[in-house]
Write a protein that binds this ligand. Structure first.
Ligand code: KE4
Length: 425
C-alpha cells in the first residue's frame, strides 16, 4: 500500500499541486495531505490505515455521516439502470417536485453539477431578469470560482472590483462590487454610488469561507430591505448552510426570504450536484423558456439525483436529525467555548448549529478584516496536533468544522479532551 508521501510525489507530477482542489493540498498547514482511502460514519481512513474522526465531511455533504445506508443502497440500485442518459427522466421531476414542495421559497429549481455552477447561473439569471450588470458580494465570502466571483474589493469600497485571481479579465471584475460583511452602510453606499445598476446582492447568509461568521442582528433583514428598495434580487448562497442550519437552510433559520438560492454539497448526498431556485417569475427567464442560457451534460444525472434525493428525504422525513445536529454542535462548540474560557486562550469561537470555527485571535471576528487578523501559524500547530491524535479538521483557519448526525457524544468528548490537551500544552 502506497503512503500519502509516495502518492503525493506521484500526484504532483500529473495534477497541479497534486490535488483537484487547492485547499486539499494542506499548504496552509505545511503538511503532506493524508490520502483518504475509505470512510464510514464519522470516520475516514488514510491509505496507511490511520483512522480519523472527520470534521470536514467532504466540506459539508456528509451531514448524515459517510456511507449512509439509505443513500448507498439507493445509489447501488440506480447504477443497475444505467449511469447517464442525457435525457429527461422521471427522477428529475421527482427531485424538483420534492424540493419545491419542501422548501417554501422555491417555486422552480434547476439542477447543475457544482456550487460554482449554481452561483454562476444564478448571477447570470439575476442580470438577465433585471437587465442590470452589477452585483454586490462581500469580502471573505466565497461563491465558487466563476470569473465574476473571483473579485476583491477595489481600492476604495466604492470602486469596481479587481480580479482576485490570474486569468480573470478586468472586464469580468469591474461589475462586481465588494462590501463589508455585517456592514449595511457599506452596502448602502454601493447602491447610492451605482443607482439603478445593481442586479443582485449575493451573500453567504452565514459565512463559512473566512471561517464561520454569523450575520449580525438585522444584517440579513437590512439586505432584504435594500434589495426591495432598489429593485435588486437577494441571492442566498446556501451551498454550505442549505439543508444544514435547518432543512430550509439559513432562510428558514433566520426567517428571511431570498429571491434566489444556490445549493451544493448536501443536495448531492456526496455526488456532484448543485442547484439554483427561487420565484417562478424569475426562474422562467431560464432557457429554453426564457432568454437566459445555461446548460449541462450531466445536470440532473440519475445517479447524482438518486443520492441527493435519498439524503434530502432522510433529512426531511426525520426531523430528529436536526435535533441531533443542534445537540452535537452544542456539545462540541459549547465544550470548546468552556475550554477557551477556562484557559483564557487568545481565541474566539464562532458557531451556529453544526458549524463552527476557532479563530486564533483574541478579538471578535465579524468580517473578513477581523478574520484575517488570526494567527495562522498557531492554527497550523492546532491542526497538526489534532491530526496526530486522529482528528481530521479542515486544513485552514478560514474554513469550518462540520459536525454530522453520525458524531456521537463520546467522540465529541474525545475531541474536547484533545483540544484541552492542546490548549494546556
Ligand atoms: P463547489 O463549486 O466547490 O461545489 O461550490 C463552490 C461554493 C459556493 N458557495 C459556497 C458558500 C461554498 O462554500 C462553496 C465551496 N466551498 C468550499 C469549502 N469552503 C469547497 C472546498 C473546495 O474548494 O475544495
Amino acid at each position: 500500500m502506497a503512503t500519502s508521501e509516495e502518492l503525493m510525489q506521484r500526484a504532483v507530477k500529473v495534477i497541479p499541486g497534486g490535488v483537484n482542489s487547492p485547499v486539499r493540498a494542506f499548504r496552509n498547514v505545511g503538511l503532506t495531505p493524508r490520502f483518504i482511502e475509505r470512510a464510514d460514519g464519522p470516520y475516514v481512513w488514510d491509505v496507511e490505515g490511520n483512522r480519523y474522526l472527520d470534521y470536514v465531511g467532504s466540506w459539508g455533504p456528509m451531514i448524515l455521516g459517510h456511507n449512509d445506508p439509505a443513500v448507498r443502497e439507493a445509489v447501488q440500485k440506480a447504477c443497475e439502470r444505467g449511469l447517464s442518459f442525457g435525457a429527461a427522466t422521471e427522477l428529475e421531476v421527482q427531485v424538483a417536485e420534492y424540493i419545491c414542495q419542501t422548501v417554501p421559497h422555491i417555486d422552480m429549481v434547476r439542477m447543475v453539477n457544482s456550487g460554482t455552477e449554481a452561483v454562476m447561473s444564478a448571477i447570470r439569471l439575476a442580470r438577465g431578469f433585471t437587465g442590470r450588470d452589477k452585483v454586490v458580494k462581500f469580502a471573505g465570502n466565497y461563491h465558487g470560482h466563476s470569473d465574476c466571483m473571483l473579485v476583491a474589493a477595489g481600492s476604495g469600497v466604492m470602486t469596481a472590483g479587481v480580479p482576485d485571481s490570474a486569468g480573470v479579465p478586468a472586464g469580468c471584475a469591474q461589475d462586481t462590487l465588494t462590501a463589508v460583511y455585517n456592514d449595511l452602510d457599506s452596502v448602502h453606499a454601493l447602491f447610492e454610488n451605482n443607482p439603478g445598476q445593481i442586479a443582485a446582492i449575493i451573500v453567504e447568509p452565514v459565512a463559512a469561507n473566512m471561517g464561520v461568521v454569523l450575520p449580525a442582528e438585522g444584517f440579513l433583514e437590512g439586505l432584504r430591505a435594500l434589495c426591495d428598495e432598489a429593485g435588486a434580487l437577494l441571492i442566498f448562497d446556501e451551498v454550505i448552510c442549505g439543508f444544514r442550519l435547518a432543512y430550509g437552510g439559513a432562510a428558514e433559520r433566520f426567517g428571511i426570504t431570498p429571491d434566489l438560492v444556490t445549493y451544493g454539497k448536501i443536495i448531492g448526498g456526496g455526488m456532484p450536484v448543485g442547484a439554483f431556485g427561487g420565484k417562478r417569475e424569475i426562474m422562467e427567464q431560464m432557457a429554453p423558456v426564457g432568454p437566459v442560457y445555461q446548460a449541462g451534460t450531466l445536470s440532473g444525472n440519475p445517479i447524482a439525483m438518486t443520492a441527493g434525493l435519498a439524503q434530502l428525504v432522510e433529512l426531511h422525513d426525520h426531523p430528529e436529525h436536526y435535533e441531533r445536529l443542534e445537540a452535537a454542535g452544542g456539545r462540541l462548540f459549547g465544550g470548546i467555548q468552556q475550554l477557551l474560557d477556562e484557559v483564557g486562550a487568545p481565541c474566539v469561537l464562532n458557531h451556529i448549529g453544526s458549524l463552527g470555527s476557532v479563530f486564533f485571535t483574541p478579538d471578535a471576528v465579524a468580517d473578513y478584516a477581523s478574520a484575517k487578523a488570526s494567527d495562522t501559524a498557531r492554527f497550523s500547530e492546532y491542526f497538526r496536533f489534532m491530526l496526530e491524535r486522529g482528528f481530521y479538521l479542515a486544513p485552514s483557519q478560514f474554513e469550518a468544522m462540520f459536525v454530522s448526525v453520525a458524531h456521537t457524544d463520546e467522540q465529541i468528548d474525545q475531541t474536547l479532551a484533545a483540544i484541552r490537551e492542546f490548549l494546556h500544552a
